[in-house]
Design a binder for this molecule. Sequence first.
Ligand SMILES: Nc1nc2c(ncn2[C@@H]2O[C@H](COP(=O)(O)OP(=O)(O)OP(=O)(O)O)[C@@H](O)[C@H]2O)c(=O)[nH]1
Ligand SMILES: [Mg+2]
Ligand SMILES: [Zn+2]
Ligand SMILES: [Zn+2]
Length: 498
Amino acid sequence: MTDDPWEPFLSTVRTVFAFLVCAVIVLAALALVVGLLLLVRIHLRRIHEVLYLGDHPGVGSPGPEDFAWLGYHGGPVWWDLAEVYRRVRLDTGLFVVFLYPFLAAQAVVAAAHLALAWAGVVVSRLVDAALLAARRIRMVCPNCFEAMSYPSYVCDGCGRTHRDVRPGMWGVFRRHCVCDRALPTLLLLGSADLDTRCPHCDHALEHRPGEAREFVLPLFGAAGAGKTRLAHGLYLSLEHGAELHPETLSVELMGEETERRLRESRTVLSPRHRVAPTPPGRRAHGATLRVAAGRRTLLVQMYDTAGEWFNTHERTEELSYLGRATTFLLVLDPLAVPAVWEALDAEEQRRLAGDRSGARDPERAYLQVRDQVQRQYRTLGAAPGRGRLAVVVTRGDLLAGTSVDPRGIPPERWLDEVVGAANLLRAAHVDFGSVEVFVTSAVTGPSGAPDPSLTTLSRWVLARDAGALGATLREPCDPLSDAGEERVPVSAGTGGPS
Ligand SMILES: Nc1nc2c(ncn2[C@@H]2O[C@H](COP(=O)(O)OP(=O)(O)OP(=O)(O)O)[C@@H](O)[C@H]2O)c(=O)[nH]1
Ligand SMILES: [Mg+2]
Ligand SMILES: [Zn+2]
Ligand SMILES: [Zn+2]
């Protein structure tokens, strides 16, 4: 065995070479790690700049047409991702390929944010819509009579009107007005606390639509029939009930306009008061009452339009609230009907001449409205024949003690036999699902309490469409039940369902 004299030398070279290779590998790995860390730092800095400092020249302020900032999921999430990519590519050149996994991770986070936000949009809208449907809330503007899927809300910071605040591009649970004020996006989240407007006519809606069921109640009939006085009477009967039993019933006039029109009800109903005709030039505006019994609330919109509107097809056609109602009050002045007038003796005629209105034919207004309701139901796809009609004979107090005194006779029979309204009644029974006749006295008694006939009518009005609220109103403790469902009139001209 011979010793190679080069062997120690070669061994040293190999060792040095191996060391050098290791050093290069370590250095390369170090360089790679340091490089990657630098790249990641650049990426994170750009993310910070774009996402958190909002340094994004590509995204401008909202224009004059815009009213809210887009929600992050409504576009900015992708714009930010593209901007971060643009900047890191500029910073790192070809080395950007090393950042692809990190950019992909950012894209995954962005996509997850997007998925979560849009799921929030869909779920919250569904829940809100389901709650409105379950509570059978449909919103109708008392000014233009259009149905609204959602009211518009006014920003309490700058006064801008937001047409549709519901969750979407502009926000999930909150949206940010261009003035930066955060607004709730749903009735559930408190949007009803903001000033509300109609999305169709921009009229201020002071009755907080969406919080409770709305109940459209049209009063119609010839000029001078007694619609305005009856509207006051209905309000006062509920008011009186609430005064007697504040713990079970409350009634509130919603908004300035309703208050202006109904606050004088007690004066209007004093027996000697004469009501001025409703100006025929003006379209009706629904007067809204908030009626609450226990936890149940109803927004009653009473529409009292001047009698002239029911004379021609063209005018009645404009009253599109008719198609939104299922309960109707046909108001009728018995003294105007020739058969009733002629049945009075000369002395009675002399005494009541000043209380007689001019329209001789109550059927005219009925047919106009009936045709219009059927037309509007067809247009809206509503089921025909589901409506309820009350034929309300006014001036019961004036008829009391006369030759045509309705007391003690079932109101429908009296209407048929004394007023001679058999044709009208026959048509009404064909056209409406249910028909009741009432004789009312829109007056207050000596104590200031409204005549019980008004309470009887109020109870009938609220009984079905108000659902459980109607039932609450019938509970024994409630004054509205005092007259009893089947009771035959006792006070002057009091009518009950026949
Ligand atoms: N005593 C008494 N008077 C009534 C009653 N109902 C109506 N009147 C009077 O009849 C007249 C006409 O009543 P309104 O309520 O103005 O009639 P309207 O249907 O609103 O009339 P237009 O607005 O012109 O369409 C007024 O002088 C009322 O005071 C009632 O039940 N009793
Ligand atoms: Mg009137
Ligand atoms: Zn409107
Ligand atoms: Zn604002």
